[in-house]
Design a binder for this molecule. Structure first.
Ligand SMILES: *Cc1c(COP(=O)(O)O)cnc(C)c1O
Length: 376
């Protein structure tokens, strides 16, 4: 049996014709930048976010950058985020001229530790970017409390968590601004790059919109210097076909997570993802911690199972951040996670048979490797 890590074709098959029709409609309309496809998508996505303002952008990286710029963040400022995230989160901060300040994970979870965030606040700190990594909501209440007490902005990185909920509320409605990604493999994956920024404060989201469209208020009136970071009309039209499916897809991912939990329960060596109480994860990825990760990954590959490692190196150990001088051991929890984590196949059309086969194969690996050393 072959179990792919993700299978976008299988996911798109049931709506293939609708996608073709939507693309052709945009092609025939002659309107490729902005227009109705984009504004309709924005208002449909807004309906999933308690009616918050939504601004489509070219990708989440530029969305984060635009969000930070809209908040007036730049040189001399510091922004705190997790060391265990896609590099995009940190890149967006550096692009503004502000300084990235990393912090380690909360013990037992893959999101940033609120205690560590507090510890790293200085007179220059302006914002915190919590990341709902793997689709698991970060613990927002302590972050929001801290931000309110210290007068800091909170920008949620929701790139991996569209549709997840924290204490009954959709992620993306908790901070001042939030950023989503439509990168093909994300929960609402498009057909190229795309993203969105959302927020309760209409004026703030308007600033994002202005900045991401050449600082433009109207066609030839530029209030400020901005950038070109818009959501394409064709992308928006295609996403409109997929958006109504997102809730079912996420429910399917949660069901698959339940099958994994069942199938892996007999294995004390495997630590399954911890779920914070009163949250509804979106399971962008299903990440377990295991001893002998590399050997297990190779074994699964030999048995036709696709896996991933997100991410093999925390940002503090990336050459891009060498100049910060963080040595190995600075963020022990993130570094530990990077050595032991394995992302198992997870997508919105994975079958029970596939999950059962993955679990069986993992059980067989640990039977054959009883001498496997090290706790995960
Ligand atoms: C994918 C991702 C991004 C960047 O998204 P793009 O749309 O590819 O720019 C940012 N943050 C996290 C956590 C991501 O997973």
């Amino acid at each position: 049996m072959k179990v792919p890590f993700v299978d976008l074709k299988r996911t798109h098959d049931p709506v293939r014709e609708d996608l073709h029709r939507a693309a052709i409609e945009v092609i025939d309309s002659g309107r490729y930048i902005g227009g109705e496809a984009v504004s309709r998508f924005e208002s449909e996505m807004s309906a999933t976010l308690d009616g918050q303002e939504v601004c489509g952008v070219s990708c989440a990286t530029m969305g984060l950058f635009s969000a930070l710029k809209a908040c007036g963040i730049g040189p001399g400022d510091e922004v705190i985020t997790t060391v265990h995230t896609a590099i995009a989160t940190a890149e967006a901060i550096s692009l503004t001229g502000a300084r990235v300040v990393f912090c380690d994970l909360e013990p037992g979870y893959f999101f940033l530790s609120p205690g560590e965030v507090e510890h790293r606040i200085t007179a220059r700190t302006r914002a915190i970017i919590p990341v709902h990594l793997y689709g698991q909501p970060a613990d927002m209440d302590p972050i929001l409390d801290l931000a309110a007490r210290r007068g800091l902005i909170v920008i949620e990185d929701c790139a991996q968590a569209q549709g997840a909920r924290y204490r009954g509320r959709p992620v993306g409605t908790l901070g001042d601004l939030a950023v989503f990604s439509f990168f093909p493999s994300k929960n609402l994956g498009g057909f190229g790059d795309g993203g969105a920024v959302t927020g309760r404060d209409r004026d703030l989201v308007k600033r994002v919109r202005v900045f991401s469209d050449h600082g433009r208020e109207s066609k030839y009136l530029h209030l400020i210097e901005g950038i070109n970071s818009r959501l394409d009309a064709i992308q928006a039209a295609l996403l409109r076909v997929l958006l109504p499916r997102l809730e079912d897809w996420n429910a399917h991912r949660r069901a698959a997570a339940g099958w994994y939990a069942e199938g892996l329960a007999p294995l004390s060596q495997v630590v399954i993802p911890a779920v914070l109480p009163d949250t509804l994860p979106a399971y962008h990825l299903y990440v377990v911690l295991v001893p002998d990760r590399d050997a297990l990954q190779k074994y699964l590959e030999e048995n036709g199972i696709g896996t991933g490692v997100h991410y093999p190196r925390p940002l503090n150990l990336q050459p891009a951040y060498e100049h910060m001088g963080h040595k190995e051991g600075t963020f022990p929890r993130a570094e530990y996670a990077c050595r032991h984590m394995l992302s198992l196949p997870m997508h919105s059309s994975i079958t029970r048979e596939e999950v059962d086969y993955v679990c069986q194969t993992i059980r067989r690996f640990f039977e054959e490797h009883r001498d496997a050393r090290g706790e995960a």
